[in-house]
Write a new protein. Structure first.
Length: 267
């Protein structure tokens, strides 16, 4: 299934993988608003579809990916635009800054309330309607649904966090987004290896998608993985995919997803 703003590939297992920040396009009619640097969409979650694609297909997972850049609208932020991490630097529903802190828009060209509302209705809502519809479809077929929200980020971004981020950052909204047994299952896979540094519910506990759709009482269980890009690609331009690095981390990613599929919710 595809639309003007996303592509959905349906699988045959209880697992849906969401990649809300892989889109890199900025519509032509909006490009004049941005500083030239923004048109490269540098804060994209580069190459995640390539990294996870064969794994997802082999495991029978559904996959939903957007077309447009987070610079247009951030699909992992709440529609009312409340901060996800109070007290820390946050990006907005319609971001106005790069991850390095500089302004995305030319002076006076940031979207006003009307434009934000248009973007929410045109881009944000269709993605989320499709995401929930697929979770409902999965639950109707399997009795429960698993959501894995896949992200990547540069390992050092002082505007967003201090120091160097662990390689693997699992988030379950401090355990609220899934049953405890599922968090334990994926955390054990992550902790069983020594090649990558890791943490559970650290700086990145899960964004809007994990927090909103992770509803164990409704048999929807969500996990987010924020992975440092140094694990599989160049973190700076030209943001090249490193096949050798990717081949090293893919078995671990497969292990995390297999652990989710092996797990069963409490009766």
């Amino acid at each position: 299934m595809s639309s003007a703003v996303f592509r959905l590939t349906q699988g045959n297992t209880p697992l849906l993988i969401s990649m809300p920040h892989v889109g890199s396009e900025i519509p032509t009619d909006q490009q004049r608003r941005y500083v030239p640097r923004a048109l490269d969409s540098e804060d994209t979650d580069w190459h995640l579809e390539r990294l996870y694609g064969e794994i997802a297909q082999a495991l029978g997972a559904s996959l939903i990916v957007p077309r447009f850049s987070r610079y247009l609208i951030d699909l992992n932020r709440p529609p009312e635009d409340t901060p996800m991490y109070p007290g820390a630097s946050n990006t907005e529903l319609c971001p106005t800054r790069f991850f390095t802190g500089e302004a995305l828009y030319r002076d006076g060209m940031a979207p006003d309330a009307k434009e934000k509302r248009r973007r929410r209705e045109t881009y944000w809502m269709p993605y989320h309607q499709a995401l929930q519809a697929e979770l409902d479809h999965i639950k109707a077929r399997h009795g429960y649904a698993l959501l894995f929200d896949a992200h990547s980020i540069r390992s050092e971004l002082p505007w967003l966090f201090e120091g160097r981020l662990p390689d693997l950052n699992l988030g379950t909204a401090d355990g609220a987004a899934c049953e405890a047994g599922l968090q334990q299952a994926v955390a054990e896979v992550q902790a069983a290896q020594a090649q990558y540094t890791q943490v559970v519910n650290g700086r990145f506990k899960g964004g809007y998608i994990t927090r909103h759709y992770g509803q164990p009482a409704r048999q929807q269980h969500a996990v987010q993985l924020e992975m440092c890009q140094r694990c599989y690609m160049e973190e700076w331009a030209p943001y090249g995919y490193d096949a050798a690095l990717a081949a090293q981390v893919q078995p671990l990613l497969q292990g995390l997803l297999k652990a989710m599929l092996t797990w069963q919710p409490a009766a």
